[in-house]
Design a protein around this ligand. Structure first.
Ligand code: GDP
Length: 365
């Protein structure tokens, strides 16, 4: 499953946010280290197209896309050296596909800050440094492995890998994250298996108090300035307001609460969408009378790869795919009508599945 990890120093509001995002209940308490176990929550990604297909097909069951959100607690200064169970937490980041970095941008004398004052830039740098040190470790180990082959043998790949690793190493050593390393897109394939922590896409969430939720505040401005070269998005949310919204069960009540604050949608909604965008994914659908379902794929997946998301046997035994464009399905109203109009296309192994395609796979078992 696709995972977003929530990182940040203790007491910045990670578990408060996590609780709003998932139905799983993590403990939010004014105490560093309160969320020791990595908590995983599953979240439905809202998609209007799925709603439309459901109305047209009227299936027995509807299955939306989901992403997993992992609350990664306990990252502190020295984590890369094993402080505060640091290594274990860093390991939890390795398996995630993207990172939500929560920064404390609210003042509140009652909430202890582990470093004694509110300073989101310093906080961000503490976390970044730990992740960078861990990556440096990983990169150096790999360099030692490929160095000999790169320098003696005629192995072209080893040479290339060595060059790329060296470039990343230099970049990390200058205090920057791997994601901004000066590499070509295709270079990353050589080091993909390392799952470098700082190569993952990141979204910064500024956790502000109620007064700043529409306007932001000086902390937010500093964060925006600090990350402007990172090609990362910055989202302003108040975890406290979100948890108040989450407690309102009635839809109208929530809407009124949002109106009062001058908000058009909840921060949690914005966050889910931003997290999904961050993963840079595409969605295809299957639409049968039993089940209408959204499937998540990486952009560029071929038809067999996309089929493999349903079941590995579908990929192995792939014969062909029948594809309907979403707009055609809506226009003609049913699969049968689309077929009749000659708008159903039959595609082979090399077809690259497009966002919104409605797929039907033919395969050998
Ligand atoms: P974590 O350690 O990063 O998971 O932080 P928590 O979510 O447990 O929050 C730590 C404390 O800060 C709790 O007492 C929260 O109620 C409080 N807190 C979280 N978000 C906000 C916020 O936006 N404003 C204020 N004033 N307090 C908050």
């Amino acid at each position: 499953a696709l995972q977003c990890g929530i990182v940040g120093l203790p007491n910045v509001g990670k578990s408060t946010l996590f609780n709003c995002l998932s139905n799983a209940k993590a403990q939010a308490a004014n105490f560093p280290f309160c969320t020791i176990e990595p908590n995983v929550g599953v979240i439905t990604v809202p998609d209007d197209r799925l709603k439309t297909l459901t109305e047209l097909v009227n299936p027995q069951r509807v299955v939306p896309n989901t992403i997993e959100i992992v609350d990664i607690a306990g990252l502190v200064k020295g984590a890369s050296k094993g402080e505060g169970l640091g290594n274990q937490f860093l390991g939890n980041i390795r398996t995630t596909n993207a990172i939500i970095h929560v920064l404390r941008c609210f003042d509140d004398g009652n909430v202890i800050h582990v470093d004694g004052s509110v300073d989101p830039i310093r906080d961000k740098e503490i976390i970044d440094t730990e992740l960078q040190l861990k990556d440096l470790d990983t990169v150096v180990k790999r360099i030692q492995k490929v160095e000999k082959m790169a320098k003696t043998g005629g192995d072209k790949d080893a040479k290339k890998t060595y060059e790329i690793l060296s470039a990343i190493k230099t970049h990390l050593e200058s205090g920057k994250s791997a994601r901004t390393a000066p590499l070509q897109v295709e270079d990353w394939e050589f080091v993909e298996d390392l799952s470098l922590l700082t190569s993952k896409p990141v979204l910064y969430v500024c956790n502000v108090d109620e007064a700043a939720v529409n306007t932001g505040n000086a902390y937010v401005e500093r964060v925006k300035e600090a990350v402007k070269d990172e090609n990362a998005s910055v989202l302003v949310i108040s975890a406290q307001i979100e948890s108040e919204i989450a407690q309102l069960e009635d839809y109208d009540e929530r809407q009124m609460f949002l109106d009062d604050l001058g908000l058009t949608e909840s921060g949690v909604n914005k966050l889910i969408r931003a997290a999904y965008d961050l993963l840079d994914l595409a969605t295809y659908f299957t639409a049968g009378v039993q089940e209408v379902r959204a499937w998540t794929i990486e952009k560029g997946y071929t038809a067999p790869q996309a089929a493999g998301v349903i079941h590995t046997d579908f990929e192995k035994g792939f014969i062909r795919a029948e594809v309907i464009k979403f707009a055609d399905f809506v226009h003609y109203g049913s699969e049968a009508a689309v077929k009749e109009a000659g708008k159903l296309s039959v595609e082979g192994k090399t077809y690259v599945v497009q966002d919104g395609d409605i797929m039907h796979f033919r395969f050998n078992v």
